[in-house]
Design a protein around this ligand. Structure first.
Ligand code: HEC
Ligand code: HEC
Ligand code: HEC
Length: 132
């Protein structure tokens, strides 16, 4: 008796979740922010490219940063060769924020839209006035 009662409740719960799914899914959704690529360093690029192709950067920049940190901190390596063999210093502040010196209109804009709060800036410096 109790067992089947539990099943009915579970079934009811699932039914309610399914019924309200469109509501939960749509909750808090607004248009994604417009990301600005208008920075001094990016303006200087003849070909507007990130470290790796954009779809990869969109999906996996956090993993790339994790790998950079491990390479620098554990292995003492400092240069990253991308898929085209182009070298970049593995530095969050110098490299990422060197080009994306408009952190607020780029990194922060997307993170607050996505509800992500990276804690990196407790230790890592945000370069002043455009980055180096
Ligand atoms: C040499 C300059 C340069 C460096 C260094 C650089 N970026 Fe980029 N990044 C760009 C450009 C230019 C684009 C836009 C490419 C495009 O238009 O497809 C971009 C795009 C991106 C995107 C995708 C944005 C979108 O359209 O959704 C992310 C995320 C990103 N960068 C993060 C990073 C991170 C994290 C780092 C450091 C690991 C970094 N970038 C380093 C120039 C750079
Ligand atoms: C197009 C949107 C977008 C842009 C632009 C973007 N991010 Fe992100 N970032 C995300 C999302 C979404 C996540 C969470 C992904 C996840 O948890 O799987 C994230 C996660 C991260 C994380 C991991 C946070 C954690 O606590 O694990 C770091 C670090 C990070 N981003 C750094 C940057 C930096 C630095 C820039 C700017 C140079 C940047 N991101 C630009 C969307 C973006
Ligand atoms: C508690 C302090 C602290 C926090 C928080 C922190 N880091 Fe670091 N990180 C360090 C230190 C210390 C180093 C070593 C610096 C060196 O050897 O040049 C480092 C090195 C790195 C490096 C390689 C060198 C450099 O200067 O960029 C990367 C990449 C990196 N961290 C990424 C991240 C990211 C991404 C986050 C957030 C998700 C983060 N760190 C959060 C302290 C921190």
């Amino acid at each position: 008796m109790i067992y089947s009662g539990g099943k009915i409740f579970a079934g009811l719960g699932i039914f309610l979740v399914l019924l309200t799914l469109p509501f939960w899914y749509g909750k808090g959704r607004t248009a994604p922010p417009a990301l600005s690529l208008d920075t001094p360093e990016i303006r200087k690029l003849s070909v507007k490219k990130c470290v790796e192709p954009t779809p990869y950067m969109k999906a996996s920049h956090m993993e790339l940063l994790d790998r950079w940190r491990d390479a620098v901190v554990r292995d003492g390596r400092h240069l990253y060769a991308n898929h085209e063999g182009k070298n970049f210093p593995m530095s969050l502040s110098q490299t990422c924020l060197g080009c994306h010196s408009n952190k607020e209109k780029f990194c922060d804009a997307c993170h607050s839209y996505s509800g992500v709060k990276p804690n990196c800036w407790a230790c890592h410096v945000v370069p002043k006035g455009g980055g180096t």
